[in-house]
Design a protein around this ligand. Structure first.
Ligand SMILES: C[S@@+](CC[C@H](N)C(=O)[O-])C[C@H]1O[C@@H](n2cnc3c(N)ncnc32)[C@H](O)[C@@H]1O
Length: 269
């Protein structure tokens, strides 16, 4: 891939998704695009570039491109301190304040392990009269399909703490014994939708009490992080908590979020 073609692709990808590819990512981009280039019969990255340059703005190929360049790594109960904080500190306080329905946003949800982990916890912690709803969004439409489907390899079962397994999962038997499925009762509280964090408008009108926006800011440059973090602030209710990845920081980013501890922030009422 020539530097000119790389600059074209990275400019486009940043414009659409906010994802920034440094020079070191050239080989990675080349390999991510290669199967699509073969599939379309474009011969090489330059051919794919020419193909893209001739497309209208609403063509589905733009989404295909974004699906190829996102990194969707996730885990069950990833960064468990966040779940412990919710159980031990946030939810008791939230209940004491007289609330009834908790509104949660998992804003870079990938293949769904994050919102389902949250639902497993909330299902146990928020019995009637309490309830919860989770909005789970991602820019990548392919991972959202996996998330909606809710079927996962059973080899990951050990990552899910034992007390949540029985009520949340249906384990396959016979030919499908290598798979596990999210219990439909748990799915009922989660809505999956596509949402691009670099859009200027918040999804829906409601205000979230909890926002998980973890392990996505690392792909953005400072100006994009600033815009995203302020969008999340707008979408948050007074007293809401924001959780980002442990490898991420809001240092030198101007926003109303108040630092509570590394990777946890508060919207002061
Ligand atoms: C590494 S995964 C993190 C998944 C999960 N939050 C976790 O911490 O395990 C990053 C996700 O961010 C999504 N993403 C990247 N850019 C985005 C954007 N502009 N808007 C919404 N999601 C985005 C990717 O598609 C990917 O699924």
């Amino acid at each position: 891939m020539t530097q000119g073609d790389f600059d074209f692709f990275r400019g486009l990808i940043r414009e659409i998704s906010g994802i920034f590819l440094s020079d070191a990512k050239k080989e990675l981009l080349k390999s991510r695009l290669s199967s699509r280039i073969d599939f379309l019969g474009c011969k090489d990255p330059k051919g794919y570039r020419k193909y893209l340059e001739g497309l209208p703005g609403d063509h589905h190929e733009w989404q295909e491109l974004i699906n190829l360049v996102t990194t969707n790594k996730t885990d069950w109960f990833r960064e468990p301190q966040h779940f412990n904080y919710l159980i031990q500190e946030y939810l008791p306080r939230w209940k004491q304040n007289g609330h009834r329905e908790l509104s949660v946003w998992s804003a870079a949800t990938a293949t769904g392990e994050e919102p389902y982990s949250l639902a497993m916890v909330l299902d146990q912690e928020l019995r009637p009269p309490y309830s919860y709803k989770i909005l789970a969004t991602d820019i990548d439409t392919q991972v959202l399909e996996v998330a909606k489907n809710g079927v996962y390899s059973r080899s990951k079962l050990e990552e899910i703490p034992e007390p949540y397994r029985e009520s949340s999962l249906l384990l396959g038997t016979g030919d499908i014994s290598g798979w596990m499925k999210i219990n439909p009762a748990l799915k009922r509280n989660i809505k999956f939708e596509q949402f691009n964090l670099t859009e200027s408008r918040c999804p829906r009108n409601f205000q979230f009490d909890i926002i998980f926006c973890r392990n996505v800011l690392i792909y953005f440059q400072k100006d994009v992080i600033h815009n995203v973090i302020n969008l999340l602030y707008e979408a948050a209710a007074p007293g809401a908590m924001l959780f980002i990845g442990h490898a991420e920081s809001l240092q030198n980013i101007k926003s109303g979020w108040k630092f509570i501890r590394p990777s946890i922030f508060l919207k002061s009422s």
